[in-house]
Design a protein. Structure first.
Length: 353
């Protein structure tokens, strides 16, 4: 589970709900790790945390005692927030950083490496020592892995995790939560999504626009929306522990609906248009993306058979026009479908002679 770039230069403030990390953001950057851990553990369960961090502490010359104490503190906080003291951790030796100050002659930091070894060795029944990735040198930016270095790092991790599991130093996996059931009803062009009753702390979340007013804040059992992607989190009790997470609900914005729904599609920032429509031989398919996304643009016939793949690659945000020759297709109704990451839009394409 990628968790971002973290240093212990601010001691234990990264785990505190009160002091602000770097004097600005309360609880950061640990809060991002905590949210990711609780979400993915709730959704999929978790076997262990694979900890790979320390390059910045090389630069900052963090002492052995400070690194060891702070990492132990983070481990205990994470276990507390997950309400499971058996959560396993496997700690890598990772300090390689060629961007250290000129006064430092070594690209590694023995003190931090020793702290990582100490923490890994102190977890005999709930984790252990990870791989030594400092042996992977000549990195493109002097710190991070890319290209074949990623493969090397993955192989080191796979071998070490296999050894830890075989040695029974990794606890029994924490099981995923039971999925949260939701239902939908339609009133005009608005949908009401309702989560099952009897739970506490309902949270509705739009993964495309987390900041969308009216979807990120509601804590009621139901929420109303016109379209997009929506998910609900809830808990059976107050306090720490896993959430119950609903399936990702896709509210279709396909073509052929009322104009009001088509305009609501524009409000999301995504659009899919076919011009002209109906068409005889050549058509332009227009796609608007409010953010970068992995895109697949396809055409299906009325039986659901794929007849054309127009685009299948990464797109920046913006408007894109695709001229398409459909003269070889027989007359009839086709469906043009846009997939942008997890979002699907569909509109009709009418081919005439």
């Amino acid at each position: 589970m990628p968790t971002g770039y973290l240093t212990f230069n601010n001691d234990r403030n990264v785990c505190s709900p009160d002091p602000a990390w770097n004097g600005t953001f309360i609880g950061y950057p640990y809060i991002e790790f905590k949210l990711a851990l609780r979400f993915y553990a709730s959704l999929f369960g978790v076997r262990a945390i694979l900890w790979h961090q320390g390059e910045a502490d090389n630069h900052l010359q963090t002492s052995t005692n400070d690194y060891e104490a702070d990492l132990q503190y983070v481990i205990q906080k994470a276990r507390s927030h997950l309400a499971n003291q058996g959560l396993s951790w496997i700690v890598a030796k990772a300090t390689y950083n060629v961007n250290v100050p000129a006064a430092q002659s070594d690209y590694l930091r023995d003190g931090v490496r020793q702290a990582q070894d100490n923490v890994g060795g102190s977890l005999p029944n709930s984790g252990g020592r990870g791989p030594d990735t400092d042996q992977i040198i000549n990195r493109s930016d002097g710190v991070h892995f890319d290209g074949d270095k990623l493969r090397q790092a993955g192989e080191l991790w796979a071998d070490q995790v296999r050894d830890e599991i075989n040695a029974q130093r990794v606890q029994t996996p924490i099981s995923a939560s039971e999925p949260l059931n939701v239902s939908m009803s339609l009133n005009g062009s608005l949908y009401t999504i309702t989560a099952e009753a009897g739970l506490q702390n309902y949270y509705w979340y739009d993964p495309i626009y987390a900041e969308r007013p009216g979807l990120n804040q509601p804590t009621d059992q139901s929420v109303t929306a016109f379209g997009g992607l929506i998910r609900c989190y809830a808990k059976t009790y107050q306090g720490a522990g896993l959430f119950r997470v609903s399936p990702l609900v896709y509210i279709t914005l396909g073509g052929g609906r009322l104009a009001t729904v088509q305009s609501n599609e524009e409000a999301l920032g995504f659009s899919l248009r076919v011009v002209p429509n109906p068409v005889e031989d050549r058509v332009t398919i227009r796609v608007t993306l409010p953010r970068p996304a992995q895109v697949m643009l396809t055409v299906f016939d009325a039986t659901g058979k794929l007849v054309k793949t127009i685009a299948r690659n990464y797109h920046d945000s913006g408007e894109f026009n695709y001229p398409v020759d459909i003269s070889s297709l027989t007359a009839g109704t086709y469906l043009c479908r846009l997939q942008a990451d997890d979002l699907f839009l569909t509109t009709k394409l009418l081919k005439i002679k």
